[in-house]
Write a new protein. Structure first.
Lengths: 362, 258
């Protein structure tokens, strides 16, 4: 490929030919597609080296190459390169969506078996290996309570922390806080669980329980809030930083104090983004298994009291049912997984709609 | 109630960088004063010193006295928010609050400072929008987002927002630089109208604008980049543009600067 020089460009005259391009006809495009897949099928089955998956992958690859060659002949190099890159980007997009679609399909198709009333209003209490019934009522209660409490703890702390970092934080202390928030982001969930086990379950909970350590859903909520906190701080911080400085100055110039500017101007402007960050944190927390197992212990019976005694959660329930010897357990695990995904999805949609209603959108 | 502003030896810093060096000038009540000069000469910095917006930036500080009706606004026990309530500011780019409607934008200053009575807010909104020559254009869509207006309308909305809190001084930092000539004219007309009630100080790059609207003009300049800006000449606009005393001023207004 040679570089264009200035004389090349300056010599260009506008004629009907050189400002118009030919477009590759759709028929040719389809022809390339058919030939590519035909070649691919012939090669794969002829050599006996794979099944239809390889035919599709190889065929698509040949199609992209064929398309580029054909387009080069008809449309010219620049248009052909544009077409090739566009096709690659679309292909990458489809490739990225495939696993997601596959997960959703698997969950729905396998989870539908036990998606009945019994699943949602019974626990696993007194359900034996040969009992086809049994449900996740206790686990749903556990997830809602634990994630709910964790959210109540982590959201105010996280949002206030982010406000401090963006609006007030100067100097060494703010840098230190930001550094440790980054470190916290990397904490494995099992470590958060161990921390709460050592600190809350073994040291603090005996004070309330005649000297005996005690599992509780609240302990799980504490562990989850440790995991949620850095996500909320960092995402809220990014969103607050996106609020333009002139907006703050506009409020200051009206004689509005800084705290009120933050509360009434800055945070509302950033709210949709903050909500997204919070929902990501909630989704992550709802899917955690290890900390719940460590500090809430898991349970088969319904326990509404998050502050006393073992609790289960949907993620833990999936883990336990998936490893259970009963032939009815896998179906329960799939349905619980589907329930968990649906729960997070509903919460996310609800939160986004609420955040949107608060701000004006045209 | 418009106020007399007196600056004596105002020097502003950004960290260790001295942005303007001992500016002294007196602005009479109910006049329009234009500040002109090349980019980076400290006009905006000086303007932002008058309502203590300069110190919003980290590391920024001020030396000298700046009195408004003989009260030094840089006294340590002065409440910054009270000063800013008295001295409104309009910025270079219109900055309506994006989460608020037109109505809410106008009354934002009142509402956020504790005025709750609906009838009071309604009156203030109508009066301010009328003063800002925007009422006729928006009266039927006060509930629509302020950010949905055109650039010129947004800037007039910001002016309405500023005068709604009844300040005594209005500072304008190149309010027309992002606007087309028709919107600019609308804002200049508005300034004449507001002159009866407020003291106005405007920073502008447009010398015709300075000559058109102002009673007095201050010319700022710097010797070279990195040096602090200084007030070269401050006099009646008529005199500055027809018969300046300083060579530098003459060079600048005749386009021979540089």
């Amino acid at each position: 490929m040679s570089m264009l020089t200035r004389s090349d460009l300056s010599g260009v005259v506008m004629t009907p030919e050189n400002i118009r391009t030919k477009t590759l006809p759709l028929v040719t495009n389809l022809l390339v597609l058919v030939v590519a897949f035909g070649l691919s099928a012939a090669a794969v089955y002829g050599l006996g080296i794979g099944n239809w998956v390889l035919v599709v992958v190889l065929g698509w690859f040949l199609y992209l190459i064929g398309l580029f060659v054909a387009a080069s002949q008809v449309e010219g190099r620049r248009a052909a390169r544009n077409r090739a890159w566009r096709s690659l980007i679309y292909s990458a997009c489809v490739l990225a969506i495939l696993p997601l679609a596959s997960v959703v399909w698997t969950l729905v198709s396998k989870g539908i078996d036990r998606l009945d009333a019994n699943f949602f209003n019974t626990s696993m209490n007194n359900i034996g290996a040969r009992d086809p019934n049994g449900g996740a009522y206790h686990a749903i209660i556990g997830t809602l309570e634990q994630v709910g409490i964790a959210t109540l703890i982590a959201v105010p702390l996280g949002v206030l922390g982010a406000i401090y970092l963006v609006e007030y934080g100067r100097g060494r202390f703010a840098t230190t806080v930001r550094f440790f928030v980054d470190v916290m982001t990397g904490i494995p969930s099992i470590v958060a669980g161990l921390f709460i086990l050592a600190f809350w379950v073994l040291i603090v909970s005996p004070w309330f329980n005649d000297g005996q350590p005690r599992f509780s859903g609240f302990a799980a909520a504490l562990a989850l809030s440790v995991l949620m906190l850095p996500t909320i701080v960092r995402s809220t911080e990014e969103m607050l930083r996106l609020v333009p400085g002139p907006l703050r100055e506009g409020a200051y110039a009206l004689g509005v104090p800084q705290w009120k500017t933050i509360l009434r101007i800055v945070v509302p402007t950033a709210l949709p983004g903050i909500v997204t960050g919070v929902m990501l944190a909630i989704a992550r927390a709802a899917g955690e298994t290890a900390p719940v197992l460590l500090v809430a212990g898991g349970a088969d019976a319904i326990n509404f009291n998050a502050f006393d005694g073992n609790q289960s959660s949907l993620a833990l329930y999936v883990f336990q049912q998936a490893g259970d010897a009963s032939k009815y357990a896998p179906a329960r695990a799939w349905t619980a997984a589907l329930t968990l995904v649906a729960l997070v999805l509903i919460l996310t949609i609800a939160a986004k709609m609420l955040a949107r209603r608060n701000s004006l959108t045209r | 109630m418009a106020k007399r502003i007196e600056a004596s030896n105002v020097t502003s810093y950004y960290g260790s960088f001295k942005a303007i060096d001992s500016i002294s000038m007196t602005v009479e009540p109910k006049t329009i004063t234009a500040l002109i000069g090349p980019s980076g000469c400290g006009k905006s910095t000086f303007l932002r010193s008058i309502n203590r917006m300069h110190e919003v930036l980290p590391g920024a500080r001020i030396e000298g006295r700046l009195t408004i009706d003989d009260q030094n606004i840089y006294d340590p026990d002065v409440d910054v928010t009270a000063v800013r309530r008295m001295i409104g500011m309009v910025f270079q780019r219109p900055n309506p609050f994006p989460t608020m409607s037109i109505y809410e934008n106008v009354v934002a200053g009142l509402k956020l400072n504790g005025v709750k009575k609906k009838s009071l807010l309604d009156d203030a909104a109508e009066q301010s929008l009328k003063s800002a020559n925007l009422w006729e254009e928006v009266k039927d869509r006060l509930g629509r987002p302020g950010a949905g207006l055109s650039g010129g309308q947004q800037q007039r909305l910001c002016i309405a927002r500023t005068i709604a809190v009844e300040p005594q001084v209005v500072l304008m930092d190149e309010p027309c630089s992002a606007l087309d000539p028709i919107s600019t004219l609308a804002i200049e007309d508005l300034m004449f109208k507001l002159k009866d009630r407020f003291t106005i100080i405007i920073v502008t790059h447009n010398m015709q604008q300075a000559a058109r609207v102002s009673d007095k003009t201050g010319f700022f300049s710097i010797d070279k980049t990195g040096e602090p800006g200084r007030l070269i000449e401050y006099d009646d606009t008529q005199k500055i543009f027809s018969n300046p005393t300083q060579k530098k001023t003459e060079d600048y207004i005749t386009g021979r600067f540089g």
